[in-house]
Design a protein around this ligand. Structure first.
Ligand code: F3S
Length: 401
């Protein structure tokens, strides 16, 4: 990969050990993908995790004096003080999480601790070149916003944020943003959960590629798209997709395939969505908890939970958690949603991911969620996936079916 004089100086350590390590990683990635050069980025999102895998690299950069050159937001970890009051979190796990959070602060990252930063804290515009990691963030940024990012890891996104550049390869090149498979959606998509099931199915069926979805009969809503992104990029590796007519980069199928005729096609009917749903029914009976907000719930979703929980009481043996960004919770507090939700016995928690050691108390428990991604991480003994209204109903009754 060709480097400028300035990039060479960084690589040689002339601007500090932290930026040198960040550059070494980017150059290694660029070489692996035959990138011709580095290109500037305007923002990054590091899928921090508060766990061992994250700690080594962020501390390496922080100890070496690196600072983010462009706005770089962070994924959720958890509020150590809050969860320590509730649960007996192992000291070594908490220590790692604390060190990770401190290191991101030292490198000057935006301490958003949210997995939907593209809605509030770190929003790219159409055409921007960025480096975003996190399952829903990468496809959302590429497909809904029309900015350009590769499917970054926490480390490569952080390195790009520190250098302010990324190697030019993959989805930064127009030809690589071409659709690879046509998905004919005959299934009736009524709500967010249908988009969740669609994402789960498409990710599994396609694996790796750029699906082009036809047959959707109305403008998809933000939350529906977030769910599709998160699930298709968890059950598969979908960094980008098109819904011609609604995608900013392709108004027609022809544009999505850059003039080519699609070679592969999958049809998704109600039958496939029903089978996907059935696969997620891993248990029934008594439940111990409900876990929502994977990805972090938006204000609209919190409003819906408040409406459903209004005047109800959650079963005494069930804990009910909603993960959201701190920004969203401020508004939920002001509007009064938090009060309604807490009155029913549920809680909104900020800065927190469902895949964190703070949930240790639920390790042997059975719960419900509306997110297959939450079930995928297997932090709990068993997690059934169903619609939000089913989760609320089960939380009140104390059992699912
Ligand atoms: Fe967000 Fe963690 Fe789920 S990052 S999408 S809450 S696994």
């Amino acid at each position: 990969m060709h480097l400028t004089k300035e990039e060479d100086r960084i690589l040689n350590g002339e601007l500090g050990a932290g930026t040198q390590k960040a550059m070494e990683l980017l150059v290694a990635i660029g070489d692996a993908y035959d990138a011709e050069k580095m290109i500037p980025i305007s923002r990054a999102h590091a899928a921090s995790s508060g766990q061992e895998g994250d700690l080594y690299f962020v501390e390496l950069l922080a100890d070496g004096g690196a600072k983010c050159k462009v706005p770089t937001s962070t994924n959720p970890v958890y509020d150590l003080n809050y969860f320590h009051k509730l649960f007996d979190i192992p000291k070594d796990e908490a220590k790692v999480a604390r060190r990770v959070m401190q290191a991101y602060k030292r490198v000057g990252a935006i301490l958003s601790w949210s997995c939907v930063p593209y809605l509030t804290e770190n929003i790219p515009l159409f055409g921007e070149t960025v480096a975003f990691s996190e399952s829903s963030a990468t496809p959302y940024v590429n497909s809904v916003i029309g900015a350009k990012t590769n499917r970054e890891a926490a480390q490569s996104a952080l390195a790009a944020g520190v250098i302010g550049k990324t190697p030019k390869y993959g989805l930064h090149i127009r030809e690589n943003r071409k659709g690879t498979i046509l998905i004919d959606v005959e299934a009736s998509l009524k709500d967010e959960f249908d988009y969740t099931l669609l994402g789960q199915y498409v990710g599994k069926a396609v694996g790796y590629g750029i699906p082009v979805l036809t047959g959707t009969t109305r403008q998809p809503q933000t939350e529906e798209l977030i769910n599709f992104c998160a699930m298709s990029n968890t059950s598969g590796a979908i960094s980008m997709f098109y819904i011609p007519g609604y995608s900013v980069e392709a108004q027609t199928v022809k544009e999505a395939f850059q003039g080519d005729i699609p070679q592969d096609k999958i049809t998704v009917t109600d039958k496939e969505l029903k089978e996907t749903y059935d696969e997620l029914q891993t248990t029934s009976g008594r439940i111990d908890f409900v876990q929502l907000g994977c990805p972090h719930y938006t204000l609209k979703q919190i409003a819906e939970v408040a409406r459903m929980l209004g005047g109800k009481k959650i079963h005494k043996d069930v804990s009910f958690w909603i993960c959201a960004s701190a920004t969203t919770k401020v508004l939920a507090d002001k509007i009064g949603y938090t009060k309604t939700i807490e009155k029913a016995g549920a809680r909104i928690v900020v800065d927190t991911c469902i895949d964190e050691p703070c949930w240790i108390a639920y390790k042997q428990k059975v719960g419900m969620t509306d997110s297959p991604k939450c079930a995928y991480y297997r932090r709990f003994k068993d997690v059934v996936v169903s619609r939000l209204e089913d989760c609320v109903d089960a939380a009140v009754k104390g059992r699912w079916r």
